[in-house]
Ligand binder design. Structure first.
Ligand SMILES: Nc1ncnc2c1ncn2[C@@H]1O[C@H](COP(=O)(O)OP(=O)(O)OP(=O)(O)O)[C@@H](O)[C@H]1O
Ligand SMILES: [Mg+2]
Length: 506
C-alpha cells in the first residue's frame, strides 16, 4: 500500500453530505515537492484544484488522446465533480512518497486512489467518463494539467492560453478555440510557475515575463498580471521531433519539386541566404530543411535563442543565448554569440532568428569567408526583409550612413527565401529573390521563383501556382558552376518555367 491510505485504513463509505467540510486549498510553492501533510481520512467538497508541483522528470507521458477529447466542452458538473475528487485525493496521498515513484507507478497509485474515492462517494459516472476524469486528475498532479492532452497531440503547432478559460490551438495552419479550461487563474499560474521553475525562474508581479522551454524542447512564453490583463497568458510553440523535410514540404504544396531542387542547390552551393516570413510562417522549419544540404565536412555553428534547429551533419556546434537572471545579470545576447562564433573557425554560421544588432555581425561573417551562412528574420516580403536588416543595424547604434549599410547588405546577402502562411492556413514559399547590387542608393533585387495566387475554390482554399520568372542565369550561377551544380540548376530553372502543372488547391 502507498501513502497515507495505508495509515488510515479504508475510508467509510457514505453519501457526500456526511463528509466534513472542505479542506483549505493546497497552495503550491514554485518549486519542489510539498511534503508531509497531516493525514486526513476523508474527502472534502469541491475545494479549489491546485496542482502540487512535481519535478519535471516525474511527468508521465499520457496516452495520445483523440483530438475530440480536447475539443469537447465539458459541463460545469464535470468540473465540480473533479474538484471534489481532487480535494479528496490531495488529502489522501502523501506527495513526498508519490514524488519518489516513477511516472508510471505514480499514475497507477493516483488511479487506484481516485477509483476508491469515486466508490466511497457514490459518484455515478460511466466508465468512459471515469477514464477521462482519471486521466485529467493524473495530468493535474503529475504534469501540466489541462495542457497535457494538447501537449500529447502531434498535429498542434501552437498552444495559446489567454487566461484560465480560453485556450486556442493552431492546427493545419488554422487557429481554433478548444473546450479546454483551467479551474481558475491560480491553477494556470501554478502551471506557469512549474514550467518556468525548470530554468530556475519565477513569474510574479515583480518579474511578469519569462521565456522558458518544456522538457521536450517546446518554446514557451509566459506573461502574467499586471501586464496580462485577463489572467496569465501562456504561448507554446510545440517542438516537432520529426522535423519536416523538403520532400514533405513538396507534398504539402509549400513548394514544387523544381523549386525544391533550387533550394537544394542553394543549400549545397554555400549561397548566403536569409529566410524571411511572418510569425509562424515556417521560417525555422525551412532553415532546418536548407541545412540538410550542407556537406558533411563543413564546420557549422548555430546560434539560437531556443535551440530549435536539428542539423544532421557530424560537425556542428550549437550555441544558445541566455536571458539575464533575477538580478538582471549574466545575459548572453545573440550578438555576443555571433561575435564569439567568428573566433571558433566556423565555415558557416547559422543564426536562428536575426532581430537586433547581431544582423551587423552576421553580414560581416557572410562577406568575410563564411559563405553559406544563413538566418531567419520577420518580414512580409523580400524588400521589407532588406529594409528590416538595415533598420536593425541602424538601431543597434552603428553610426553608418544608410548607403554604406545597403552596400554591406548587397555584398553579403545573396538570396532571400520568403515564406508565408496564407489566409486559408496553408504555408507557401512565395519568393526566391536574389540581391543583385546597388543602383544609386537603391538595392536591386531579382525574383527567380514566385508563388501566384489565382483565386479561391468553393471550400475557401486558395488556388495558386509556383513558377519561375524566366531568369536563365541567376547571380549565383558561377557559384553553382564552381560546385559542379550548374546543369542541375539549369534543369531546375527550366522545369520551374515550363511546369504549368495542374493548379494546387491543397
Ligand atoms: N510548409 C509547412 N507546412 C505545414 N506546416 C509547417 C510548414 N512549415 C512549418 N510548419 C509548421 O508550422 C509551425 C511553425 O513553424 P516554424 O517554427 O518553422 O515557424 P517560424 O516562422 O519559425 O515561427 P516563429 O516566427 O514563431 O519563429 C511548426 O509547427 C511547423 O511544424
Ligand atoms: Mg522560428
Amino acid at each position: 500500500m502507498f501513502g497515507k491510505r495505508s495509515n488510515n485504513g479504508p475510508e467509510p463509505r457514505g453519501p457526500v453530505e456526511t463528509l466534513p467540510p472542505a479542506p483549505a486549498p493546497v497552495e503550491a510553492p514554485s518549486r519542489g515537492i510539498e511534503v508531509g501533510r497531516a493525514p486526513l481520512p476523508s474527502a472534502g467538497l469541491a475545494a479549489p484544484i491546485v496542482s502540487p508541483p512535481l519535478a519535471p522528470e516525474s511527468r508521465g507521458q499520457p496516452a495520445m488522446p483523440a483530438p475530440s477529447a480536447t475539443d469537447a466542452r465539458r459541463s460545469e458538473s464535470y468540473y465540480e465533480t473533479k474538484g471534489t475528487i481532487f480535494s479528496a485525493l490531495i488529502e489522501a496521498i502523501d506527495l513526498a512518497q508519490l514524488a519518489r515513484l516513477d511516472a508510471e507507478s505514480a499514475r497507477e497509485e493516483i488511479r487506484d486512489i481516485v477509483n476508491e474515492i469515486i466508490a466511497i462517494k457514490n459518484i455515478v459516472m460511466s466508465i468512459s467518463e471515469q477514464e477521462e476524469l482519471l486521466e485529467d486528475i493524473c495530468n493535474d498532479v503529475l504534469g501540466y494539467g489541462p495542457l497535457e492532452p494538447l501537449l500529447a497531440r502531434d498535429d498542434i503547432a501552437d498552444i495559446m492560453v489567454n487566461g484560465a478559460s480560453t485556450v486556442y490551438i493552431e492546427v493545419a495552419g488554422k487557429i481554433q478555440r478548444t473546450g479546454i479550461r483551467f479551474r481558475d487563474n491560480q491553477q494556470l499560474l501554478n502551471i506557469c510557475q512549474r514550467i518556468v521553475s525548470q530554468i530556475g525562474r519565477r513569474v510574479d508581479e515583480a518579474s511578469p515575463i519569462c521565456d522558458a522551454r518544456l522538457p521536450d524542447g517546446s518554446r514557451v512564453n509566459v506573461i502574467v498580471p499586471p501586464l496580462a490583463l485577463d489572467g496569465p497568458s501562456l504561448t507554446i510553440r510545440k517542438f516537432r521531433k520529426d522535423k519536416l523535410t523538403l520532400d514533405q514540404l513538396v507534398r504539402f504544396g509549400t513548394i514544387t519539386p523544381a523549386g525544391a531542387e533550387l533550394i537544394k542547390i542553394i543549400g549545397r552551393c554555400r549561397v548566403n541566404t536569409l529566410v524571411s516570413g511572418g510569425t509562424g510562417s515556417g521560417k525555422t522549419t525551412l532553415l532546418n530543411t536548407l541545412t540538410a544540404f550542407i556537406d558533411d565536412d563543413e564546420r557549422v555553428i548555430t546560434c539560437e535563442d531556443a535551440a530549435e534547429l536539428q542539423l544532421q551533419q557530424p560537425h556542428v556546434v550549437r550555441l544558445e543565448t541566455r536571458p539575464p537572471n533575477l538580478e538582471g545579470e549574466g545575459q548572453v545576447t545573440m550578438r555576443d554569440l555571433v561575435r564569439n562564433c567568428l573566433r571558433m573557425r566556423p565555415e558557416r554560421i547559422i543564426v536562428g532568428e536575426v532581430r537586433g544588432p547581431e544582423a551587423f555581425d552576421l553580414l560581416q561573417a557572410m562577406n568575410t569567408g563564411h559563405d553559406g551562412s544563413m538566418g531567419t528574420l520577420h518580414a512580409n516580403n523580400p524588400r521589407e526583409a532588406l529594409s528590416r536588416i538595415e533598420s536593425m543595424i541602424t538601431m543597434g547604434g552603428f553610426s553608418l550612413p544608410s548607403k554604406t549599410i545597403r552596400e554591406m547588405v548587397c555584398a553579403s546577402v545573396d538570396l532571400i527565401v520568403q515564406t508565408a502562411r496564407l489566409r486559408d492556413g496553408s504555408r507557401r514559399i512565395t519568393h526566391l529573390t536574389e540581391v543583385m547590387g546597388m543602383e544609386g542608393d537603391v538595392i536591386i533585387t531579382q525574383d527567380l521563383f514566385v508563388y501566384e495566387i489565382l483565386g479561391e475554390d468553393a471550400a475557401g482554399k486558395l488556388i495558386g501556382r509556383h513558377r519561375s520568372t524566366g531568369i536563365g542565369r541567376p547571380k549565383f550561377w558561377d557559384r553553382a558552376r564552381y560546385y559542379g551544380e550548374e546543369k542541375r540548376l539549369a534543369a531546375a530553372l527550366d522545369a520551374a518555367e515550363v511546369a504549368d502543372e495542374p493548379l494546387k488547391t491543397q
